[in-house]
Design a protein around this ligand. Structure first.
Ligand code: BES
Ligand code: ZN
Ligand code: ZN
Length: 502
């Protein structure tokens, strides 16, 4: 059942719900004088400092009822994401304690009602997310413990903004959860044809603004997608190329709308192929379609966000498997662009499928191409599991995208497209080789490989190999499993260009 959100004006006394979430630091503790004394004493006992990431539930009883104040440290310079994470942490606590109603007192210094509303919903819905489809007993318990009612207390003047924020937040989290569910689904049930079916459903459920075109193997071959076909040929599960298109309902002539192409890596399982992965690295390789999942997540809510953009989505969906029919190291394939690639390592398959998907995207003459891909382990080595690497050939585009990410609390770091490294992916027998001559800088050489297919068009490549999936929660906004990384940032980015356009 959907959680009910209510906006209330901040009062000086604590709300009377079972669980109250309050934010504090050394300078500021927003509670009524009566509660303050008690809470301060308790915080002292915990030697709490009010730093960001500090979560302390304090239980006490008033009028014969036990209640909990969940104290969230804000740190010196309180940020919106600290609020989002605090709400997420409180949600996880509430679910553990089977609390149904909670009150959240937004920190006074956060003055943007819209952002507060959004961050609140994102914290609740994403922090409380669990994938329980295959756990019958836990699913039942989780349902019984679900939160029903959230009162969000905001300072004067922020009510209207917060209400709008809650509305948008619900849409953004819906998209993110669709992406998470798609990634969490085991590869056994999430084959290329299943992704194609998801895309078809999406168009069918739309009110005529979303169109889908699915290309089967024959059609892909006809179009010359030799690299994509080579990756796909090792599996008994057939590949499908998915093309989605969204046309906004607007009075503006189509030639005044920006054309954006989203490309998602859609390897539904990456075994490495003949250059097979070690068992441990393979365990979570159902994640390798997380880019595709983000694209599908975005498309599933476009009719609600209605950006003024002509949006195309491209997914070359296949499995990377070893078999008698698999591509082999040393093979040379011809991509749709005409460029030839020497396959040195079959585990560097993402760039092969993306190369053909990018060429397909260029056919609609996009103003920008944005690809999302769990592309390299090297990017995880460079930035860790929480941060995605961004590569772009256009400063403005990169900046706009990164500011959207910042607003969504998704961590992205810009990486360089080092020109000197281009020689590392030159082949002596083909135009390109699919792995670098050298071991180092693998995230960069992979990005350079993709860049050679974008024909100078404004382009962003987001390597999400790290943050797409976690089995050890670091931020409470992203619990165990898929994060849906990129979905919210793309939605926010589209909303922003839409605004500039209006
Ligand atoms: N899908 C992997 C990258 C990956 C690693 C995703 C960890 C998620 C978590 C990709 O296809 C791959 O195997 N890349 C190789 C490239 C290498 C052979 C040049 C890698 O990173 O080791
Ligand atoms: Zn691989
Ligand atoms: Zn892969």
């Amino acid at each position: 059942m959907a959680i009910k959100y209510n906006i209330k004006s901040a009062t000086s006394t604590l709300p009377s719900t079972e669980l109250v979430v309050s934010f504090w630091n050394k300078e500021r503790l927003e509670l009524s004088p009566k509660d303050k004394n008690f809470v301060i004493k308790a915080l002292e006992r915990f030697s709490a400092k009010g730093e960001a990431g500090e979560y302390i539930p304090i239980n006490y009883s008033t009028n014969g009822r036990t209640r909990t104040v969940f104290m969230v440290g804000m740190g010196e310079n309180p940020k919106m994401d600290v609020f989002r994470r605090g709400v997420a942490a409180a949600t996880q606590y509430a679910k553990r304690m089977a609390v149904r109603d909670l009150s959240i007192i937004a920190p006074e210094n956060l003055k943007d009602g819209y952002e507060v509303g959004m961050a609140c919903v994102e914290g609740i819905e994403l922090g409380g997310y669990v994938f329980l489809k295959y756990q019958s007993e836990s699913a039942k318990i989780d349902k019984e413990r679900s939160i029903q009612n959230v009162d969000l207390f905001v300072s004067r003047g922020l009510n209207a903004g917060a209400l709008r924020g809650i509305k948008t937040g619900k849409v953004y989290t819906e998209a993110t959860i669709i992406a998470r569910d798609l990634v969490n689904e085991p590869a056994r049930h999430s084959r290329p044809e299943d992704l194609a079916e998801t895309a078809r459903q999406l168009a069918r459920n739309s009110e005529g603004r979303i169109f889908v075109e699915i290309l089967d193997r024959k059609e892909c071959e006809k179009r010359g997608m030799g690299a994509f076909m080579a990756v796909a040929q090792g599996s008994t599960n057939y590949p499908y190329f998915i093309h989605l298109f969204y046309q906004p309902l607007t009075k503006k002539p189509a030639n005044e709308l920006p054309v954006i192409a989203l490309v998602g890596k859609g390897i539904t399982f990456d075994s490495g192929g003949l250059s097979i992965k070690p068992a441990e690295s393979m365990e979570t390789m159902k994640v390798d379609m997380a880019g595709a999942a983000a694209v599908l997540g975005v498309f599933s809510v476009l009719e609600k966000t209605q950006p003024d953009v002509l949006l195309h989505g491209y997914i070359a969906a296949c499995e990377n498997m070893p078999s008698g029919s698999a591509m082999k190291p040393g093979d040379i394939v011809t991509t749709q662009s005409g460029k030839t690639v020497e396959i040195r390592n079959t585990d560097a398959e993402g760039r092969l499928t993306l190369a053909d998907a990018i060429s397909e995207a260029l056919k609609v003459k996009p103003d920008a191409v944005i690809d999302l891909a769990t592309l390299t382990g090297a990017c995880v080595v460079a930035l860790g599991e929480d941060i995605a690497g961004l590569f772009s050939n256009q400063k403005m585009l990169a900046q706009q995208f990164m500011s959207a990410a910042e607003k969504e609390g998704e961590q992205i770091w810009e990486m360089p497209l080092v020109g000197d490294y281009r020689q590392l992916i030159k082949s002596q027998v083909a135009d390109l080789r699919n792995i670098s001559l050298k071991r180092w800088g693998g995230a960069i050489t992979a990005a350079l490989f993709l860049e050679s297919f974008v024909e100078g068009k404004p382009w962003i490549h987001l390597d999400i190999a790290g943050p797409a999936y976690t089995e050890q929660q670091t931020s409470p906004v992203n619990p165990f499993g898929a994060s849906g990384f990129g979905t919210r940032t793309v939605l926010r980015y589209l909303e922003n260009i839409g605004l500039k356009n209006k």
